[in-house]
Design a protein. Structure first.
Length: 594
C-alpha cells in the first residue's frame, strides 16, 4: 500500500511559485522524490486544474460550483486529494518499471545527488552483469523510492472576509486563509502547510481545530507546520505562539528579505548570513524551549505528548545559484534543505510558464528584474519589467483607465473610500484616489509622484494565474491574458530553457548552466540589494526626515556593517574568488551613506 514517506531524498526543494506556476508541480516532480509547494489561494484556478487533470487521467469528476456551501474549502480538498491519488499512481507505476535508460525509474536514481547511498547502489547495479544478485539489488532500489512531499502555501496576509450577496459578512471560518487551511486539513495528504507573509492570529488559532496537526498515539504528525521567516526572532516568537497551543513547528524556512521571488519582506538591514549563524547557534535551545511549551499544552488538552524531540528542520531559500553555494549552506550552517525557486521557472517539465513569457525570461537582461510597488498589499514585489502584465498596466494608464476590473478580490484590504474593503490595484480605488489627490492642493511634482506610485499597483490575482491557464489551454474566465510573473533577481544569471535533468544536474554540480554574466556570491548580491534599497528609501523620504526615521536609517546601516564584518570573519569558507573585493566595494558605498 502506498504511503507518503518524505525522507531526505534530495537536499533541495521547490518553494511556492506565485499562484499558478507551481500549482501542479507535484504531478511533475514528486515521483522523483522532489518536494514542492502548491499555492492554495486561488480556488477558481484550483478547480479548473482539478478538472484538467481528471480529464487527462480519465477520471470522473463532479464540478464544485460557487453555489455549494463552503465551496472554496471543498475545491481545495478535492484538488489535493487528486494530487495525492495521482502521485501515488505514478510512484506505483514507477516501481513496476524496468531499470532501462529513459524510464522514470531510471531517471529517479539519475537525478539523485552523487553522495546519496541510493545513488551509489544504483551505480553499482548498473555496472553488474545480469543475474540474481542484480535482480535483488534492483528490488532493494525499488524499496528506496519515495515521493517528494506535496506541501501547500497560505499567505497569512491574504485573508479577506467573505460576504453574502446581500452584503452581510460571513463567519470568520469562511475567510480566504481559514477556508484554505480547512481545505488542506480535511485532505488525505500527509504533508506540510507553509505559513508565509507574517502573523495572522485568527489563522494560527484555527489550526487548533484539526486533529491531524496534533501527534497521534505514536507521536507522529499527519499534517505539519512550516513557518517561513525572515529572522531568528520571528521564528522564536511565532514558534512559541504555536507551541503554547500544543502545535509543533516542524520546519523554519528562512528566506532572504530581498533576494527572493514574489513578495519581498526586507529586514532592518539584517543579512542572510548572520541570520543563519544565529539559527545555527541557537537551534538546539530553540527546539528544547518549544518542546517544553508544546508538551505542557498537549498535556493540558489531554492529547498525546511527544516522548522525544520531534524533527524540526531548518531550511533556507532566496538567491542560491551554484552547487558551491548549495553545499556551503548545507554544511557550514548545518541546514536540512535549500530552496531553488525562480530557476525552475525556466524548466517547463516542472512549472507552468506560457511560451511567450518563457521566451522573454530565457533571454532577459539583468535590468529586466526589479523591485516594484506592484503589490496591492503594500509590500515590495519582485517583478519582471517586460511582462505582458506590465505592458497592460502602462497601456491602461495611457488610455486614462488606470487600474484593474478586480474580479477575484483576494487582495482587497483598503477601506479608505468604502465600507467593504477594495483592492488598491482596482480601477475603482485608483479612480477615487486620483480624484482625492487632485483635490488636495498638492504641487504638480508631488501630485505626479504620488499618482505614479499609486498606479504602480497591479492586478496580481489575474496576472499570476494567467500563465498556468495559457500553458494548459484552460479558459480564462475573465478574458484577461496578461501574465504577471515574479522571479527573483537571481534569475538574471540563468539564460535559456532547461530540462529537469539539467536543472537538477546544475544544483548537484554535474553541469553548469549559468550564463556568462558575472555573478557575485549570493551573500554579496543580497548585500547590494539592501544598500540599493536603503539608498532609495533615504532619497524617497528626504522631505519627510525626522528623528524617528533617522534612527531607523542608523540602525539599518549599523546592521549592514555588522553583516559585512561577519562575512569578513567567515570569508575563508566562502568559495568565490572575488568575494573579498566585492565586499570592499560595497563597504565603501555604505560608508558614503554616513
Amino acid at each position: 500500500m502506498y504511503t507518503e514517506k518524505h525522507s531526505a531524498v534530495h537536499s533541495f526543494h521547490i518553494p511556492v511559485l506565485g499562484l499558478g506556476f507551481s500549482i501542479d508541480t507535484p504531478l511533475k516532480v514528486a515521483r522523483y522524490g522532489i518536494s514542492s509547494v502548491v499555492s492554495i489561494v486561488e480556488d477558481e484556478l484550483i478547480e479548473d486544474m482539478r478538472v484538467l487533470h481528471s480529464k487527462q487521467n480519465n477520471l470522473s469528476w463532479v464540478a464544485i460550483t460557487e453555489k455549494e456551501p463552503d465551496f472554496r474549502a471543498k475545491r481545495i480538498t478535492a484538488y489535493l486529494n487528486l494530487l495525492h491519488y495521482l502521485v501515488a499512481q505514478q510512484v506505483a507505476g514507477l516501481k513496476g518499471m524496468h531499470f532501462s535508460p529513459g524510464s522514470d525509474l531510471y531517471k529517479y536514481f539519475e537525478l539523485l545527488p552523487e553522495t546519496s547511498g541510493a545513488k551509489m547502489l544504483f551505480r553499482q547495479m548498473c555496472a553488474m552483469e545480469e543475474g540474481n544478485e542484480k535482480i535483488q539489488i534492483q528490488n532493494s532500489l525499488r524499496e528506496l523510492v519515495h515521493a517528494g512531499s506535496i506541501d501547500v502555501n497560505i499567505m497569512a496576509k491574504v485573508d479577506n472576509n467573505r460576504y453574502k450577496a446581500s452584503g452581510e459578512k460571513m463567519p470568520d471560518e469562511y475567510s480566504d486563509a481559514l477556508s484554505a487551511l480547512r481545505g488542506f486539513a480535511q485532505s488525505k495528504l500527509s504533508a506540510s502547510v507553509v505559513f508565509s507573509a507574517g502573523y495572522n492570529p485568527r489563522l494560527y488559532n484555527y489550526v487548533e481545530h484539526f486533529d491531524d496537526f496534533y501527534p497521534d498515539g505514536q507521536g507522529d504528525l499527519k499534517k505539519k507546520i512550516i513557518l517561513k521567516v525572515s529572522d531568528y526572532r520571528s521564528a522564536l516568537v511565532q514558534g512559541k505562539i504555536f507551541a503554547k497551543k500544543g502545535l509543533w513547528v516542524s520546519e523554519f524556512r528562512i528566506e532572504s528579505g530581498l533576494n527572493c521571488g514574489g513578495h519581498a519582506f526586507p529586514t532592518e538591514g539584517l543579512l542572510l548570513g548572520p541570520i543563519l549563524e544565529e539559527f545555527k547557534t541557537n537551534r538546539a535551545v530553540l527546539a528544547a524551549e518549544l518542546l517544553a511549551l508544546c508538551n505542557n499544552a498537549l498535556q493540558s488538552k489531554g492529547k498525546t505528548v511527544f516522548s522525544s524531540l520531534p524533527s524540526q528542520k531548518i531550511s533556507v531559500q532566496g538567491g542560491v545559484g551554484t552547487t558551491e553555494e548549495q553545499g556551503f549552506l548545507l554544511e557550514y550552517f548545518q541546514l536540512d534543505s535549500v530552496g531553488w525557486g525562480s530557476p525552475f521557472l525556466l524548466v517547463p517539465e516542472a512549472t507552468n510558464v506560457d511560451k511567450g513569457t518563457l521566451q522573454q525570461m530565457a533571454t532577459a537582461k539583468l535590468d529586466d528584474y526589479f523591485l516594484s510597488n506592484a503589490s496591492p498589499l503594500g509590500v515590495p514585489f519582485n517583478n519582471f519589467r517586460i511582462s505582458s502584465s506590465e505592458t497592460q498596466r502602462k497601456t491602461r494608464i495611457e488610455n486614462n483607465r488606470a487600474g484593474s476590473p478586480c474580479y477575484l478580490k483576494y487582495l482587497c484590504s483598503d477601506t479608505e473610500f468604502t465600507e467593504i474593503p477594495i483592492c488598491t490595484a482596482s480601477r475603482q480605488y485608483q479612480h477615487l484616489k486620483e480624484k482625492q489627490l487632485r483635490e488636495a492642493g498638492l504641487s504638480e511634482s508631488v501630485l505626479q509622484a504620488r499618482l505614479d506610485r499609486m498606479k504602480e499597483r497591479d492586478c496580481l490575482c489575474e496576472g499570476l494565474t494567467a500563465s498556468a491557464r495559457l500553458k494548459n489551454e484552460v479558459s480564462l474566465p475573465h478574458k484577461l491574458t496578461a501574465v504577471a510573473i515574479c522571479p527573483g533577481p537571481n534569475l538574471a544569471y540563468f539564460s535559456g530553457i532547461f530540462s529537469l535533468k539539467e536543472m537538477v544536474g546544475h544544483i548537484y554540480g554535474r553541469i553548469n548552466i549559468l550564463n556568462s554574466l558575472y555573478r557575485p556570491h549570493m551573500f554579496i548580491n543580497e548585500l547590494k540589494m539592501y544598500i540599493d534599497y536603503i539608498k532609495r528609501k533615504i532619497a524617497d523620504d528626504a522631505d519627510l526626515l525626522n528623528e524617528s526615521s533617522a534612527r531607523y536609517y542608523r540602525k539599518f546601516i549599523a546592521n549592514l556593517n555588522k553583516g559585512i564584518a561577519y562575512y569578513k570573519s567567515i570569508i575563508q569558507h566562502i568559495q568565490h574568488t572575488n568575494v573579498a573585493e566585492d565586499l570592499r566595494q560595497l563597504e565603501l558605498q555604505l560608508a558614503a551613506l554616513g
